[in-house]
Design a binder for this molecule. Structure first.
Ligand code: CA
Length: 226
């Protein structure tokens, strides 16, 4: 059974989320505090973290940053309506997805499942994609630049593979969302931009002048043709 750590300081929301996730077949741990969340994450190694950004004391963005130092655990951040900057910063810090309060618990469960599908997508056939110094070992979910191993989250990995499999093809943001098995409950375009920014930071020799992932203005992104 997969374990989900829910970090939420509002008891009513924490209870609701716990009920729905348990009904969906997950084991759920709840904590209300950022520091406690970090301790629990280290001690229990959950399979996914649902993290409210507005926490007393240590805030959710700080918790995201700290978690990402040592872990690729999938993270879904929860933000209040109108806090778009927080959502984008959360994604840039390596969160996989977000939901906005007030959200329906069903939406959250759907997003949790989508994130799990992403990290479980293993390819049956051996496939290695190469472009210049970049090498993607698809079944092993390993990316290297020359000799250097690149550490990508499951979300970043799936995006990179989708682009790199079809060099030259222009993908719209909504097509990239499909490639992530994403759940389009609301506009996700800026989320795709945040993930692309992360991938570039990790794989591009010079992120300001991308060699691999090119922006097609007004449309989306494409992987460079060699
Ligand atoms: Ca809160």
């Amino acid at each position: 059974m997969k374990t989900i750590l829910v970090v939420e300081d509002e008891p009513a929301i924490a209870h609701l989320v716990r009920d729905y996730l348990e009904q969906a077949g997950f084991a759920v741990l709840v904590t209300r505090d950022g520091n406690e969340a970090l301790r629990r994450a280290q001690a229990t190694l959950p399979d996914l973290v649902v993290l409210d950004l507005g926490l007393p004391g240590r805030d959710g963005l700080d918790v995201t940053r700290e978690l990402r130092r040592s872990s690729d655990v999938p993270i879904i951040v929860v933000t209040a309506r109108g806090e778009e900057t927080d959502r984008i910063v959360g994604l840039e810090l390596g969160a996989d997805d977000y939901v906005t309060k007030p959200f329906s618990p069903k939406e959250l469960v759907a997003r949790v499942r989508a994130v799990f599908r992403r990290s479980e997508t293993r390819q049956e056939t051996a496939e290695t994609i190469r472009a210049a110094d970049l090498e993607i070992d698809v079944p092993r979910m390993r990316v290297t630049i020359g000799e250097r191993l690149v550490d990508l989250t499951a979300t970043e990995f799936q995006l990179l593979v989708a682009l790199a499999r079809e060099p030259g093809r222009v993908f719209t943001r909504s097509q990239l969302l499909d490639a992530l098995h994403g759940v389009a409950f609301e506009s996700y375009e800026r989320a795709i931009d945040a993930h692309i920014k992360n991938i570039r930071r990790k794989v591009e020799p010079s992120p300001g002048a991308p060699r691999y992932i090119q922006t097609v203005y007004g449309v989306g992104y494409r992987f460079a043709e060699s």
